[in-house]
Design a protein around this ligand. Sequence first.
Ligand SMILES: C[S@@+](CC[C@H](N)C(=O)[O-])C[C@H]1O[C@@H](n2cnc3c(N)ncnc32)[C@H](O)[C@@H]1O
Length: 412
Amino acid sequence: MAKDQSDYFRTKQVWSKTKDGILGCYFAPYFSKVIPFSKDGIVYVDAFAGTDVFEDGEPGSPLIALSELRGAMSKQRQRSPIKIILAEKDDSIRAKLESVVRKSAGGTGYLQGDRICFADSFENAMTLSSQAELRTGRQPSTFFYYIDPYGIKDFRLSLVAGSPVPGHTEMLLNFSSSGFIRDARAALKVALTEQDENVMWSVAFAEDVPTTTRVERLNEAIGSDGWIELVIAYGRNEMTHRQLEIEVSALLCRNAQSYYRYVTNMPIRDVSVRREDNGAIKYRLVHMTNNHDGCVLVNDNMIKRNRDTQVIQQQLFLVDIDGNDIDSDTISSAMRKSVMTLPLNKPVSMWAILADVIAEVGVFDKSTAVLKTYLGPLIEEGLVERVEKFTPKTGKPKNTYSGPKTMVYRAK
Ligand SMILES: C[S@@+](CC[C@H](N)C(=O)[O-])C[C@H]1O[C@@H](n2cnc3c(N)ncnc32)[C@H](O)[C@@H]1O
């Protein structure tokens, strides 16, 4: 049963704080990275903005983004113009949000007037973002979308394709995987074979929505009809709810890869329940980008947040962010494959090679550890060479695997 939404903004739940930690920690490096390169401006959209501050004092997503943006702007000599678009359907929540956000913007020049605007639906926010012009006659350089709906009802995957500059667009989506499964079971009349307590805030379709419409809306949400056979298999007890949740999320990510080269995701868990299972999955945070640095930064951020707040049982073997075993041979061959797609002798950053591995294998370890363990042997073998082979100060061979700026090339 979905809960009354008026309760949503009472207390920020622990798992939402895990997600906010990722937002906060990602926005700082993200804005710092894009500001200098976005001469024609940055458009930031929070398509389901919610409130300014929860009743327990925790900031909502618009204030988190605004605070990180201002921090990043204050450190830049050259500032790009910015437009912030916040969409909220509920009139009274939106009015309060507008008053607090405008007050918080204060006299900051780059946040005046229509540089912050408010929309009453995500559709209108998307239209505003596609029409945004921050320098006369020029299309904005960079777009970021944060999409955090209550469930599936208001989401469709084509939303993520809606940017005028796909190469400079990033998207963070809270995908209500359990809500999707609940709605999919209802559409196909597949009974629940396991208790699912994770759909509290996910709004289902109204009772009178006919089956064909439900199926179409679910197809649009996830981007294909591939979910139907998965849910039928679940109904036949051929997979557990946990497996179904992983498969449905993987399907969404595969479909999103039609628009974005690097799609990563992590489960956001309530670790106060089902501790033997490492908690219950509330939703998936899905990151989409065509930029390799963005992919690796989010990977590292997801690993850190997961280890800090979500892992109950330490694993002895190599596991991905879902706790599933992964085989190191699979990672070795993904790394080799990524290297072999490079042209000979053309320098690239280590992160460019790594992002393809993460997109293929998923999130499982920090960037430095993965590069050391899996790119290191390819350097030793001579397949890959460092551009800078020695440390200038000491003259010793370089052995760093950190940072996006370490350049290498395929040597044979
Ligand atoms: C999950 S809450 C957002 C929480 C917020 N992003 C945060 O992290 O603090 C979803 C919000 O979307 C709003 N909403 C629902 N349908 C909408 C729509 N079609 N367009 C815009 N906002 C909508 C709801 O009123 C609610 O405030």
